[in-house]
Design a binder for this molecule. Structure first.
Ligand SMILES: Cc1cc2nc3c(=O)[nH]c(=O)nc-3n(C[C@H](O)[C@H](O)[C@H](O)COP(=O)(O)OP(=O)(O)OC[C@H]3O[C@@H](n4cnc5c(N)ncnc54)[C@H](O)[C@@H]3O)c2cc1C
Length: 308
């Protein structure tokens, strides 16, 4: 099938919109769907490495890993039917990001199809494998604009025991506390603020905390975070110590991620509109960064085959 995709790209006369399982994008024209390119290519549990086709659902991938008591440590959000390729293309990591690392930190290698229909491989199945430009991590977050992500090799980790605790608190106090704790030796794996409560998660087994112990499932409410269709939801990426922002409905990733409900775009540098059906917004607008993006486009997709 990868050869068929490559032919389709070579023959294309119009820009193609790459789609995975369409949890965000729907009803686009001239789709290049990767959803059927699915399955596990190889899984060496003893080596903590898995190679997977991009159309594979997150659910299937996580089930395969769980059968060996392993996991994707970056906690990708599952919007019901998300593909691992779409998750990679959107650089989606969950609540543990500040403590365990983001998706890009676990990518070992990729196979892609560039805008000229060439099938190319970068990286490998080992952390040490990278020489020259680190393309397998560079394309994380490319949002379908540079290349088709066909296969990805990830470093995986053993599942861990964790417990979640919660304390009622004011938002401004929670922001101070999560930043203070992040600088200590506490074995934190997540910190958040939601509906008037500060939530924190600890690795391993612990004596009873002074806070109330709650179900670990709270992290699935925060990640993926969603509101009703009528509301305008924005995801802002900010320095963790940023003070209280108006209309915030949840704080995740130890203060770095703020979910905001607002009719108007919040006046912040890095904001994405989290709404179904809309093209994924490209929030990066700094001139230096735009220059790099344009240079990458020329290299990976010189004829503009993929929608920007
Ligand atoms: C309501 C809603 C709003 C969302 N809003 C955003 C948002 O604003 N920003 C954001 O980053 N994420 C957003 N997401 C999450 C994200 O779009 C998808 O859930 C995630 O990408 C899962 O993959 P998918 O297969 O459903 O991707 P799709 O929805 O099919 O595609 C999402 C993006 O990934 C690209 N893509 C998918 N597969 C590949 C591939 N194999 N190779 C190259 N590119 C690929 C597409 O071109 C597109 O840009 C949103 C999700 C939902 C449900």
């Amino acid at each position: 099938m990868i050869n068929l995709l490559s032919e389709q790209i070579k023959d294309s006369k119009e820009p193609l919109q790459i789609v995975g399982r369409e949890s965000k994008l729907t009803n686009t024209n001239n789709k290049l769907s990767i959803a059927d390119y699915q399955g596990i290519v190889s899984y060496q549990a003893s080596e903590l490495v898995i190679t997977v086709k991009a159309g594979t659902s997150l659910q299937e991938l996580q089930q395969v890993l769980a059968s060996k008591n392993q996991m994707l440590s970056f906690e990708p959000p599952d919007y019901g039917n998300s593909s691992i390729g779409g998750t990679y293309a959107c650089a989606l990591s969950g609540s543990a990001q500040a403590f365990r690392g983001a998706l890009r930190d676990f990518v070992l290698g990729i196979k892609i199809i560039n805008g000229e229909g060439n099938i190319l491989s970068f990286g490998g199945q080992m952390m040490k494998n990278v020489a020259g430009y680190d393309v397998s991590r560079l394309l994380v977050g490319s949002k379908g604009s540079l290349a088709v992500i066909a296969e990805i090799s990830f470093k995986v980790l053993p599942q861990v025991t964790e417990a979640t605790y919660s304390i009622e608190m004011l938002e401004e106090d929670a922001i101070i506390l999560m930043n203070k704790w992040a600088g200590t030796a506490l074995p934190l794996s997540a910190c958040a603020y939601y509906q008037g409560r500060f939530y924190y998660r600890l690795f391993g087994k612990h004596d009873k905390q002074q806070a109330e112990e709650v179900d670990n499932k709270i992290w699935q409410t925060l990640n993926p975070f969603q509101t009703t269709e009528k509301e305008f939801l924005w995801r802002a990426s900010v320095p963790s110590t940023t003070k209280k922002i108006a209309n915030t409905v949840a704080i995740d990733c130890c203060g770095n991620r703020r979910w905001i409900v607002s009719e108007h775009k919040p006046d912040l540098a890095y904001v994405d509109k989290w709404q179904k059906g809309l093209a994924i917004s490209k929030s990066v607008k700094h001139p230096a960064q735009m220059k790099i993006e344009q240079g990458l486009k020329k290299v990976f997709d010189p004829h503009g085959v993929y929608c920007p």
